[in-house]
Ligand binder design. Structure first.
Ligand SMILES: [Zn+2]
Length: 453
């Protein structure tokens, strides 16, 4: 994993960098390709009687083999992918399914349950608050879907696709949720310790990515199933597809609680299991500390009167955590987390009276153009920014030109498309990269209305 250390500190030699996940394009690609190993399809033997299927869809599913049956933890997105994982599991055990456990209610963990069954009616375990994780109000579903498609790069061509940070680029999604079976056993707020098919098993409540999350502990095998509160990437404390505030502090606390078990193996909700007591425990401790540090730095900055724009650039992972392979920002992003914490704690207003009633975009664009010496001059600046690979600035100027009555809208649009592709090439943060590329394609094909550009 040492390769990451070198890659992450690689400087951007040409052009202007505006984000900490920006490196030279060939390095960004190398990093994303290396991350691919985290979700290559296969069955991982986690312990003598525990198997995890990685890469059959976006998330992982696991099987614990007991005396007279098996336990399935998480069930993928739909029956098509789940039946492939179930078939692979059957090479190791043909015993009937005695229990299914949902670590949380996100679609990529619950939609394929029926595919594991052959007439059995197992107990299905979930937390009391199961299903409370919808995230964002249904009223904004139309725009949420658009943003989801961009974040995951669902419509990107083969050559544009890399991956989704903690999941492969292409997954079978048309049967979403078709195999979902509702929970039949509620895990109380105090957790649950029981024996299923002769396997001692513990359920511990652990809110984080979702409020309805729990983690699973096998005391004999010393295996911990973390759900989506842990995977190999800085955590997605905010999703750019649009989510309600995720309780960052609870997330950090839940992962700290997992570390106390000192597992032999930690099985994440996505990406490869981490083996060895020291490696697994250190990873969990580091993860918890990273989340807590981003939270604490943001809160300190807020109380010092700083706004989200400034803090998004200032807050960094502590130095001793920056080269940990499981904290590289392939999926979650520190600056996005900072903004989410800000908005989650204080709402949209940054406390600066200037921003109480900012200028309307069209009027601001006019004033910026006048300041530049007229629309022609502003347009020249926009073109130069693109040529100098100062892509973020090119985007911001293109957005101003868009609003001008005498602006060259076609030119501004083409500058925006090129700048988005320039930024995408540098990104190793998969959601950002996918979003930039998807948006560029939508602009180019004319799908986007003038509201968007
Ligand atoms: Zn997931």
């Amino acid at each position: 994993m040492k390769v990451f250390n070198l890659l992450v500190v690689a400087m951007l030699a040409g052009g202007v960098a505006n984000a900490q996940t920006h490196v030279e394009p060939e390095i960004a690609l190398k990093m994303l390709n290396a991350q691919q190993q985290q979700f290559e399809q296969g069955i991982v033997k986690v312990a003598d009687n525990v198997f995890t299927a990685v890469g059959y869809h976006g998330a992982n599913t696991s099987m614990i083999v007991g005396n007279d049956g098996v336990i399935i933890i998480d069930t993928l997105f739909g029956p098509t992918s789940a039946s492939k994982a179930a078939e692979a599991f059957r090479q190791y055990s043909n015993k009937p399914v005695k229990a299914i456990i949902y670590t949380h209610s996100h679609g990529d963990h619950i939609g394929g349950a029926s595919a594991f069954l052959d007439g059995e009616q197992p107990d299905i375990y979930a937390t009391e608050s199961f299903g409370s994780a919808e995230g964002v109000n249904k009223a904004v579903d139309p725009v949420k879907m658009k943003r989801n498609v961009r974040q995951f790069g669902r419509k990107l061509s083969q050559s544009e696709s890399t991956n989704r940070g903690v999941a492969p680029a292409n997954t079978h999604d048309s049967d979403r949720g078709k195999g979902f079976l509702p929970p039949t056993v509620t895990v109380p707020g105090s957790g649950l310790k029981t024996t299923i098919a002769g396997v001692e098993i513990e359920f511990h409540i652990g809110p984080g990515e979702t409020d309805d999350a729990m983690f699973i502990w096998l005391p004999k095998e010393k295996v911990l199933f973390a759900g989506d509160n842990f995977y190999s990437s800085f955590p997605n404390l905010y999703a750019i597809r649009g989510t309600a505030y995720r309780n960052v502090l609870s997330w950090s606390n839940s992962v700290a609680k997992m570390a106390e078990f000192q597992p032999q193996v930690v099985v994440p909700g996505h990406t490869m299991p981490i083996r060895g007591q020291t490696a697994a425990t250190t990873a969990l401790k580091d993860y918890s500390e990273a989340i807590r540090s981003v939270y604490d730095q943001t809160v300190r900055g807020i109380n010092a009167g700083k706004g989200p724009d400034q803090l998004a650039h200032e807050v960094k992972l502590p130095e001793h955590l920056q080269d940990k392979p499981y904290l590289i920002e392939f999926y979650g992003s520190v600056p996005h987390a900072v903004r989410a914490i800000y908005a989650g704690l204080l709402g949209w207003y940054d406390g600066n009276p200037t921003t109480l009633n900012p200028l309307e975009p069209k009027l601001k664009a006019r004033k910026i153009a006048d300041l530049a010496g007229g629309t022609m001059k502003l347009t020249e600046h926009m073109k130069s920014a693109l040529e100098e690979k100062d892509y973020q600035w090119a985007l911001e100027l293109a957005d101003h030109v868009k609003w001008l009555d005498d602006g060259d809208l076609k030119l501004a649009r083409s500058v925006k498309i090129k700048a988005l592709r320039g930024l995408a090439a540098r990104e190793y943060n998969a959601p950002n990269r996918n979003y930039y590329l998807s948006y560029a394609n939508e602009l180019e094909s004319g799908q986007l209305s003038e509201v968007w550009f």
